[in-house]
Write a protein that binds this ligand. Structure first.
Ligand SMILES: Cc1ncc(COP(=O)(O)O)c(C=O)c1O
Length: 380
């Protein structure tokens, strides 16, 4: 019999898609705060760069990525973070950060490696868990607490766990809570990771999307040794469908990763790399997108607070994180769905998310007003 031990529970977007299909069959309008796939158009200059790069002859993209793109990513790091990255040894373009995250243990943890534990937050983006399972490593979710501002503190894991750990993931601004951190937090994690020779990885998918005035810090500002940062254009530049991200940081780890990557056959198409190059080179469109998500966040958060909901985290990314207001979450989610309001139950992001739900700031302001009018009529 075929064994599917590596397969985690049904990916939560599949579950949401099924619920939405049911609503559509019943002819209901849908207010989709479920999946974090924004609807704001990709800026015209990025689309044009892709069109201009569409050559008549199509050939395989290189695994290393175009030098222009690596330079553009390094240029962004210089402007945004004040750090210098060598585009030839410290930056590796990826076909979206999801595949880069998923393939990391396959690329750097050989069969002889004794330390097979991969630590990641719970709740979290599900791919850290998936990558641990599919690579035959040990998945080690760490419950986050609202009381601790959703911070994963490596020091709290104890030396027995830390000694078995090869990779630790952090992700701020955090999906799903939207929580953020400061530089001191990152310094603490680097110190512990160094002491135990753990590769510390920051999923920086939302680094440029924050609601306050202060941009969140990045691990690369603390050190470029023993750490990797995984970035993405998906939400920053409205390019989820393009599939473009990067891996940056420790040159020796990047070198190992680079050797493994031809086996997976990943590398964005050359025309996507051309679009990515101009996207990383421009900050103005990102400031505009930040303002859009901030306006949506402000409107929804103030409505929910006025109804007595407890909104926590929600300092960045594109999410609101809210406590389920009743003792029967199933009924709460079912009532919202009956009215066409789709949200993500917190536990879809791991057991640490129980008792909360996530709103992805996807509908536009007009749709948010309509959703609020409907929400007003829902009783629980
Ligand atoms: C925390 C986090 N990391 C990574 C990703 C993947 O992004 P990409 O589109 O670059 O694969 C997502 C997408 O939602 C995410 O939420």
């Amino acid at each position: 019999m075929t064994r599917m031990a590596t397969a985690p529970a049904t990916y939560f977007t599949v579950v949401l898609d099924q619920a939405k299909e049911d609503l559509l069959r019943r002819g209901m309008p849908i207010f989709d705060f479920g999946v974090g796939d924004p609807i704001e158009p990709t800026p015209a200059f990025i689309r044009q760069a892709l069109i201009d790069a569409l050559d008549p002859v199509s050939q395989y993209p290189t695994i290393l990525g175009q030098r222009r793109l690596r330079q553009s990513i390094a240029g962004w790091a210089e402007r945004r973070l004040g750090v210098s990255l060598n585009p030839d040894t410290q930056v590796l373009p990826a076909a979206g950060s999801k595949e880069a995250i998923f393939h990391l243990p396959l690329a750097i943890i050989g069969p002889e490696e004794k330390r097979r534990r991969i630590v990641y937050p719970s709740p979290s983006y599900p791919v850290y868990d998936g990558s641990a399972r599919f690579s035959g490593c040990v998945a080690h979710p760490v419950p986050l607490r609202e009381a601790n501002d959703y911070r994963l503190e490596l020091a709290e894991l104890g030396s027995q766990v830390l000694e078995q750990t090869r990779i630790a993931w952090i992700n701020y601004p955090h999906n799903p809570t939207g929580a953020s951190i400061d530089l001191d937090y990152l310094r603490r994690q680097v110190e512990v990771a160094r002491a135990y020779d753990i590769l510390l990885c920051a999923d920086d998918c939302y680094l440029d999307l924050y609601f306050g005035d202060q941009p969140p810090p990045c691990l690369l500002q603390v050190t470029q040794t023993g750490v990797l940062s995984f970035g993405s254009l998906s939400k920053r530049s409205g390019m989820t469908g393009y599939r473009s991200g990067y891996i940056a940081g420790d040159a020796s780890v990047i070198s190992a990763y680079r050797r493994a990557r031809p086996n997976f056959g990943v590398g964005s198409q050359d025309f996507v790399q051309a679009a990515a190059t101009v996207a990383w080179g421009d900050d103005a469109h990102v400031a505009e997108r930040r303002a859009v998500f901030r306006a949506k966040r402000d409107r929804l958060a103030s409505y929910l607070r006025s109804r007595g909901y407890a909104v926590s985290g929600s300092q960045g990314a594109i999410y609101l994180w809210v406590k389920v207001p009743t003792s029967t979450p199933e009924t709460f989610f079912a009532r919202l769905l009956e009215h066409g309001i789709v949200v993500s139950p917190g536990e879809s992001f791991g057991a640490g998310g129980e008792g909360y739900f996530r709103l992805a700031l996807v509908p536009n302001l007009e749709q948010i007003e309509q959703a609020i009018a409907v929400w007003e009529k829902v009783s629980f």
